[in-house]
Design a protein around this ligand. Structure first.
Ligand SMILES: C[S@@+](CC[C@H](N)C(=O)[O-])C[C@H]1O[C@@H](n2cnc3c(N)ncnc32)[C@H](O)[C@@H]1O
Length: 347
C-alpha cells in the first residue's frame, strides 16, 4: 500500500486529505501509466536548466508539478538540488508527494496557483532560485479522470476545475455569463467562428433547463453547427478549450506568473516554459522577449552597463519536440518550448 510521505511534504503536510476520491488501486494505475508516458521534452529541459542547477545549494521550482515526472528526473540528475513543487490540483500534489517521498527534505510541495510563486518562496524563507520550469496545461491525470469534465468525448458534470477546491465551474459560467461574455470567451480562447451562434443557443437553452453535463453541451453545439463546418474537427473541441481557460483563468494567471518567476531568478538562473497552445505561447514569448532586449536609446554608440538586457533568450524562437518524440509521445506534438537566463538584476 502506498503511504504518504511526512518527510517530503514539509510545506504541504497532509497528502492524504488531497487524495480524496482516488482509490489506492486507481492511484497505482495512474502512476504506472505515467511511467509509460515520459514527461515532455525531458532531456531538453534538463539540458537547458543544467548550468544553473549543478551547484551546491541550487533551488529549482517546478511550477506545474503534475505527477512529478520532470521533478523526479531533476532530483535524480542533480543530487544537491532542492525542489519546490507547485500545483493547484490537490490530487496531483498527493500523487507527486508519494512519488518524490524518497527525496526527503530536498522536496517542498505547495498547493498554490503558480502566479503565487513569490509568496510560496517567501513562506519557505527562499530569497532567490536558480531555475524554474513551467509545463503548462492539463495533465494526463486530469484528462483521464472523467468526472473532472475536461473531455468533450466523455459524459461528465461540466466542471473543468484544475483546483477542485475553487468555486467557478464550467456549469456556473454557462448558467451565469451573459450572451456577450460567452461569445467573447468562445472567440478569444477558442478561436471559434461560430461563437455568436453557440452563445445565443446556450442562453436560449438555459432558460428552459440549465446545462449540467458535457453530453448536453456537446449535443447543443453539434446541433448548432452547420454540416459544412462539422468537417473542421469536432465542433465542441474549441468551446471546451475556451471554457477550461475561463474556469481556471489560465491566461490571466500566466500573464502574472512569468514576471513573478523572472523576479525570483538569481543571476545565472534559468527559466524553461512549455506551452501547448498559441495563446499561452504568445504570453510567454512577449514576457521573455521584452526583458531580453537592450534598453539603450537608439543611436547611442556604446551600450552602457545599465542598458544591458536583464535576460538572454536561450533558444531561437520556440523549440518543438523532435519527430521521434512526437511519434513516441503524442502529448508532445503541440509543444512550444522557450527559455531564458538572467544576466543581471536591475536595481
Ligand atoms: C502538464 S501537467 C505537468 C506534468 C508534469 N510536468 C509531470 O511531469 O508530471 C500541468 C500541471 O500544472 C498544473 N497547473 C496548471 N495551471 C496551473 C496554475 N495556474 N497554477 C498551479 N498549477 C497549475 C495542473 O494542475 C497540472 O497538474
Amino acid at each position: 500500500m502506498l503511504t504518504p510521505s511526512r518527510q517530503a511534504l514539509t510545506y504541504f503536510p497532509d497528502a492524504r486529505s488531497y487524495r480524496m476520491g482516488i482509490s489506492t488501486r486507481e492511484l497505482v494505475q495512474i502512476i504506472m501509466s505515467n511511467q509509460i508516458h515520459t514527461p515532455v521534452m525531458l532531456e531538453r529541459c534538463i539540458e537547458l536548466l543544467s548550468p544553473a542547477l549543478a551547484q551546491e545549494g541550487a533551488i529549482v521550482v517546478d511550477a506545474t508539478l503534475g505527477m512529478g515526472g520532470h521533478s523526479e528526473a531533476l532530483l535524480e540528475r542533480f543530487p544537491l538540488l532542492t525542489l519546490v513543487g507547485i500545483d493547484r490540483d490537490t490530487d496531483a500534489l498527493g500523487i507527486a508527494g508519494d512519488r518524490l517521498a524518497r527525496f526527503g527534505d530536498r522536496v517542498h510541495l505547495a498547493h498554490a496557483v503558480y502566479d503565487e510563486v513569490g509568496r510560496v518562496l517567501a513562506d519557505l524563507g527562499i530569497a532567490e532560485i536558480n531555475g524554474i520550469l513551467f509545463d503548462l496545461g492539463v495533465s494526463s491525470l486530469q484528462l483521464d479522470r472523467v468526472e473532472r469534465g475536461f473531455s468533450y468525448s466523455k459524459d461528465a458534470p461540466l466542471d473543468m476545475r484544475m483546483d477542485a477546491t475553487s468555486e467557478r465551474t464550467a456549469a456556473t459560467i454557462l448558467a451565469t455569463y451573459s450572451e456577450g461574455e460567452l461569445r467573447r470567451i468562445f472567440y478569444d480562447y477558442g478561436d471559434e467562428k461560430l461563437a455568436p451562434r453557440f452563445a445565443s443557443r446556450i442562453v436560449q437553452r438555459r432558460d428552459e433547463h440549465p446545462l449540467t453535463t458535457s453530453a448536453e453541451l456537446v449535443e447543443l453545439i453539434s446541433a448548432a453547427t452547420p454540416a459544412a463546418a462539422q468537417r473542421a474537427g469536432h465542433p465542441a473541441k474549441r468551446v471546451f478549450q475556451a471554457l477550461r481557460i475561463e474556469v481556471n483563468q489560465e491566461l490571466a494567471v500566466l500573464e502574472r506568473a512569468i514576471p513573478a518567476a523572472l523576479e525570483a531568478l538569481a543571476i545565472g538562473g534559468r527559466i524553461v516554459v512549455m506551452s501547448y497552445q498559441s495563446l499561452e505561447d504568445r504570453i510567454v514569448k512577449r514576457a521573455l522577449q521584452s526583458r531580453s532586449v537592450s534598453t539603450a536609446p537608439a543611436g547611442l554608440p556604446v551600450e552602457l552597463p545599465e542598458h544591458r538586457p536583464e535576460f538572454a533568450l536561450l533558444v531561437r524562437g520556440a523549440e518543438l519536440a523532435s519527430d521521434e518524440e512526437k511519434l513516441a509521445n503524442p502529448r508532445s506534438a503541440p509543444v512550444r518550448l522557450r527559455a531564458a537566463e538572467r544576466l543581471r538584476r536591475v536595481a
